[in-house]
Design a protein around this ligand. Structure first.
Ligand code: SAH
Ligand code: TMP
Ligand code: ZN
Length: 407
């Protein structure tokens, strides 16, 4: 059995998503990315942490060509603006407050902290996005955050009041080193706040596409509580967030430094009651994943046989899991629309579907668009309302395969 990356307990495998490429390896047509790995998920029988069975070296995923820019969604820009306001109001009311972000990407959150004049530092190893953050006035280092890099900045930074990470902690298999780094730089009353896709939502929605190379863990209150304990921290607050298909924001403090909010106990109890600790839950989940995969492939095959033109919307990292698991390529989906310039003119990883500019969707001839960026459904359907008005249909696959709107 594989050993848990958090507590060394036995990890029980429950899901096999097959050979997968790097989810963000969008390449030009003449440059084929050959790297693949076997994507499998398991659950630790000791601490409950849901995690991958194998690890992709971090430099292969996060580098100068990394194509995910957080500011690509207006709803997420608003979410991070509010987050910055919240963190500053809650934890930075005193002179000399310091904010550190792990995975600050293009500065979508930290730019507000920088603008408020607070001392801050973003750790962002992907130079493509770090450069954009810098152009927005954010102080960034292109190092991976871990115990070594954190220690190296201790002298110049001062103790951090907040260490924040969004959609990044779950990317870091080496959490022992990360928490050791946080322990070094955090002020006595400081907090570690992080938000990631929630295991409970993934199980409830069968959103297996949240599992790909970068998403090493699917956290829950149970596993984060155990992780905190191991490193002298305590889970003091949890909050469910509606973004990215359902996330939880966890707040950790040094053990005993802050009161534990009742929401923590409530979430732990709800997780136990909903069967998140029960192996049968994961067996049933895996069966639903297979059903969605088969249904999606059958639906796309039928649409092609009926002569309908099918495209995709959102060249998401998530879509790599779906496309490669089901063996869907350009024969079933002609092209994928996406607003990210760094992805346009390239092919989806493994599946080889051309990515085209989202601006061109306004004049699309497509009958059906597969909504790969389903977590941004509201924003996209509002912006692209003309598609449905013209008779176009969205094909969704979370929580189940269904055609929406149109004729
Ligand atoms: N916080 C942003 C970005 C999430 S994408 C958002 O929520 O939208 C994850 C980011 O983490 C990427 O930009 C990646 O380059 C970065 N990253 C990966 N490993 C890291 C590490 N060890 N330290 C800091 N950033 C890291
Ligand atoms: P995400 O689900 O990981 O945030 O990725 C969303 C992808 O979808 C990203 O490549 C940007 C793209 N996108 C659009 O093309 N149009 C949009 O309106 C939104 C919100 C995202
Ligand atoms: Zn464990």
């Amino acid at each position: 059995m594989t050993r848990c990356r958090i507590c060394s307990g036995d990890v029980q495998k429950f899901l096999d998503l097959g050979e997968q490429p790097l989810s963000d390896a969008f390449r030009p047509a003449d440059e084929i990315a050959s790297f693949t790995y076997h994507l499998q998920m398991g659950r630790c029988l000791t601490c409950g942490a849901v995690q991958q069975l194998a690890e992709v070296p971090r430099e292969q995923m996060f580098h100068a060509d990394y194509p995910y820019f957080s500011s690509g969604s207006s709803r997420m820009r608003e979410h991070f603006r509010r987050t910055a306001e919240h963190l500053m109001a809650e934890y930075c009311g005193h002179d000399g407050a310091v904010v550190v972000e792990i995975g600050c990407n293009d500065g979508v959150m930290l730019e507000h902290v920088a603008r408020a004049g607070l001392a801050h530092l973003g750790f962002e190893p992907s130079a493509s996005v770090a450069e954009v953050a810098r152009s927005r006035g954010v102080r960034v280092t292109t190092e991976f955050f871990d115990a070594d890099s954190a220690r190296a900045h201790l002298g110049s930074l001062g103790a951090a009041d907040v260490v924040y990470a969004a959609n990044t902690m779950c990317h870091l298999p080496y959490l022992d080193s990360v928490l050791a780094g946080v322990e070094e730089i955090l002020a006595p009353q400081g907090v570690l706040v992080f938000e990631d896709p929630y295991l409970g939502d993934v199980i409830a929605k069968t959103s297996f596409d949240q599992i790909y190379d970068e998403h090493f863990y699917l956290f829950s209150a149970q596993s984060v509580s155990g992780l905190a304990c191991q490193h002298g921290f305590e889970l003091v607050d949890v909050e469910r967030l509606p973004v990215h298909g359902g996330e939880v924001r966890y707040t950790l403090a040094r053990a005993g430094a802050r009161p534990v909010r009742p929401a923590v106990r409530a979430m732990l109890d709800a997780e136990a009651a909903s069967g998140l600790g029960d192996p049968a839950t994961y067996v049933a989940f895996a069966a639903r994943v297979t059903a969605v995969r088969d249904d999606l492939l059958a639906t796309l095959t039928r649409l092609r046989d009926e002569g309908r033109e099918v495209v995709g919307y959102g060249a998401t990292a998530k879509s790599a899991t779906v496309l490669n698991l089901a063996g869907i390529g350009p024969d079933l989906i002609d092209r994928v629309y996406d607003s990210t310039p760094a992805k346009q003119g390239r092919l989806t990883p493994g599946s080889g579907i051309p990515v085209v500019a989202a601006d061109d969707f306004a004049s699309t001839t497509a009958d059906v668009a597969v909504l790969f960026a389903w977590n941004h459904a509201e924003e996209i359907k509002t912006n692209e309302a003309a598609f449905e008005q013209g008779g176009g249909q969205w094909l969704e696959y979370v929580p189940e395969v269904r055609l929406v709107g149109g004729r």
